[in-house]
Design a protein around this ligand. Structure first.
Ligand SMILES: Cc1cc2nc3c(=O)[nH]c(=O)nc-3n(C[C@H](O)[C@H](O)[C@H](O)COP(=O)(O)OP(=O)(O)OC[C@H]3O[C@@H](n4cnc5c(N)ncnc54)[C@H](O)[C@@H]3O)c2cc1C
Length: 336
């Protein structure tokens, strides 16, 4: 089993979880950040990377993704360990420390936990196909990290939003064939992308199969060979494909957080506002997931909570040390 030893485990790599790495680092604490997605950035990167945000102090306007890129640069000096694409499942207590397990059975031993889990763990919406998990990350992908594997391959892409349309356009230049499947005639993607999709169909680079939806799949040892699609008249088409890319968006669920025996109300973790501690000693919650009277679900509020929670972690981890408050202009960037 892969084991990590750290001072503070940060659950969630959204803007607030990322900024907490900075605040912890400035107080001399190492951190490990886990996210169920295999990209950092939480809601900013997953839901609105291109949208401008107007209420980040000192940035009259900054896009969701640029904010995350900047936060990533800001925390680089502290070299946090990232475990991405894995959900934190289980928290156990051992003496005064925690032993935490991920969905991939990695373990993290830490002295404090910062839960910055937003609305819960993000994951892809999956089509209801039997045995789909046997094909996942082999011939079925919910997002693309390496497009070279699709060179000269036959690919089916399903979905009607920007991801589905943009990837169909992008991969049509390398793949042997791209089938584009959507259950409704109207696509939700940007109009200029939809126009491009249909112009590529005229050039026979893409074949649209609309209005059809995925019905079943066949293959062996994780390798898909046939994807069957059907329409409302129960007409079926067998597509010979090497890869299937369902792009049905993301959803979030609190999932395991509900099992951690923390005080929870309306899907939010109740915290003491002055320390951000949850109902369990050494476990703190910050950002969208935490609640207290007057809470505002804003990124800037989460940043402030990250600073306060880092001070709370310091008190728990170094109970005998007196913390001398310093401005960053005085301390500079601390070395870990
Ligand atoms: C369209 C839109 C526009 C917005 N505009 C603004 C704006 O203008 N200004 C503003 O201040 N706010 C805005 N917000 C809200 C802002 O994005 C959130 O307040 C912010 O993202 C909260 O940050 P967070 O780090 O607390 O959580 P999130 O960004 O939600 O990140 C939480 C992360 O935790 C991960 N996670 C959860 N549970 C687990 C687990 N068990 N194991 C592993 N990982 C887990 C999730 O996968 C996720 O990546 C907007 C939100 C949306 C959707």
């Amino acid at each position: 089993m892969n084991k990590t030893l750290t001072d503070v485990l940060v659950i969630g790599a959204g803007p607030v979880g990322l900024f907490s790495v900075f605040e912890l680092g400035q107080l001399g604490m190492k951190s490990c950040v886990v996210d169920s997605l295999d990209i950092i950035g939480g809601q900013c990167s997953s839901l609105y990377p291109e949208k401008p945000i107007y209420d980040i102090p000192a940035y009259p306007e900054i896009s969701g993704q640029k904010l995350i890129d900047n936060l990533f640069s800001q925390i680089k000096p502290f070299s946090p360990k990232f475990i991405l694409g894995e959900r934190v499942e289980k928290i156990t207590k051992e003496n005064d420390e925690f032993l935490v397990f991920t969905s991939n059975n990695k373990s993290i031993r830490c002295k404090c936990i910062l839960i910055a889990a937003g609305n819960g763990a993000f994951g892809p919406n999956k089509p209801p196909l039997e045995d789909i998990e046997k094909y996942e990350n082999k011939s079925i992908f919910y997002h693309i990290t390496n497009k070279s594997i699709f060179k000269n391959k036959r690919i089916a892409i399903a979905g009607g939003g920007d991801s589905a349309v943009d990837w169909a356009i992008e991969l049509s230049s390398v793949a042997e064939k791209v089938f584009f499947i959507h259950r409704r005639r109207k696509l939700r993607a940007a109009p200029h992308s939809v126009e491009k999709l249909f112009s590529l169909e005229k050039e026979e680079k893409i074949k649209t199969i609309i209005p059809f939806q995925v019905h079943s799949l066949q293959g062996s040892k994780g390798e898909i060979n046939t994807l069957t699609v059907s329409n409302l008249d129960e007409e079926k088409i067998d597509l010979k494909v090497d890869y299937f890319l369902p792009f049905f968006g993301l959803s979030s669920e609190l999932g395991p957080i509900k099992e951690w025996e923390l005080e929870i109300e309306k899907n939010l973790l109740s915290v003491d506002q002055s320390s951000l501690q949850t109902s369990a000693k050494g476990i703190f919650a910050i950002g969208d997931i935490c609640d207290y009277p007057g809470k505002l679900k804003l990124i800037l509020t989460g940043f402030s909570e990250a600073a306060m929670a880092a001070h709370s972690c310091y008190k728990k981890i170094f109970p005998d040390k007196v913390l001398h408050f310093e401005y960053s202009t005085t301390s500079g960037i601390k070395k870990l």
